[in-house]
Design a protein around this ligand. Structure first.
Ligand SMILES: NC(=O)c1ccc[n+]([C@@H]2O[C@H](COP(=O)([O-])OP(=O)(O)OC[C@H]3O[C@@H](n4cnc5c(N)ncnc54)[C@H](OP(=O)(O)O)[C@@H]3O)[C@@H](O)[C@H]2O)c1
Length: 153
């Protein structure tokens, strides 16, 4: 953290952040200058909604969601996401991204090499999920009801 602050003072970086920090880690860090915390977040891994996400929102610290489309794996073949995607003339990846971005303080960083994927992901901010869509995702991937250990890949 001292090194980051030195780089900032020297004008070599504008902001810095951390990754895979849970609430207790951020409390221990106690750094108002920390710009963001990058953590695993997608419908298959939503334990952070119980405490970390509200904590960061309360601190006005954006949360950066990594693997928001589940690394392009089983999540994108899920029937619920496909059903919602069909309704919105979208793709399951776009639904997963729209789902993560429904929180105003969340940034999502899907990695994509193919041009088609890049375009799809950029257009995901046009998809607006309604209450029915969100309820269907909750039924398939229930939100946390208690504290869970931070998931990582
Ligand atoms: N902080 C951490 O501990 C941590 C841990 C893991 C990852 N990360 C970061 O998180 C970022 C993204 O992770 P990721 O899970 O997205 O990367 P990933 O594990 O490489 O998975 C992305 C996969 O999804 C595919 N894809 C992208 N857009 C798609 C779309 N619209 N439809 C279908 N498939 C699509 C990609 O294909 P193509 O590439 O062929 O387009 C690629 O195969 C990276 O910057 C990584 O560094 C951070």
């Amino acid at each position: 953290m001292e090194a980051f602050e030195r780089l900032r003072e020297q004008g070599k970086i504008l902001r810095w952040g951390v990754s895979n920090f849970d609430v207790d880690d951020l409390e221990e860090l106690n750094a108002p200058a920390c710009a963001t915390n990058q953590v695993l977040y997608n419908p298959e891994a939503r334990g952070i909604e119980y405490d970390l996400l509200p904590w960061q929102a309360q601190q006005n610290m954006p949360l950066m969601a990594y693997c928001p489309i589940g690394q392009g794996g089983a999540l994108l073949r899920d029937g619920t996401l496909q059903h919602i995607a069909d309704k919105h003339c979208a793709t399951p990846a776009q639904i997963a991204l729209a789902w993560a971005l429904r929180h105003p303080g969340v940034i999502a960083i899907p990695k994509a090499v193919s041009l088609d994927h890049l375009k799809q992901n950029a257009d995901a901010d046009k998809v607006r999920l309604d209450d029915e869509d969100l309820a269907q995702i909750d039924a398939a991937y229930p939100p946390p009801t208690r504290k869970q250990g931070l998931m990582m890949v």
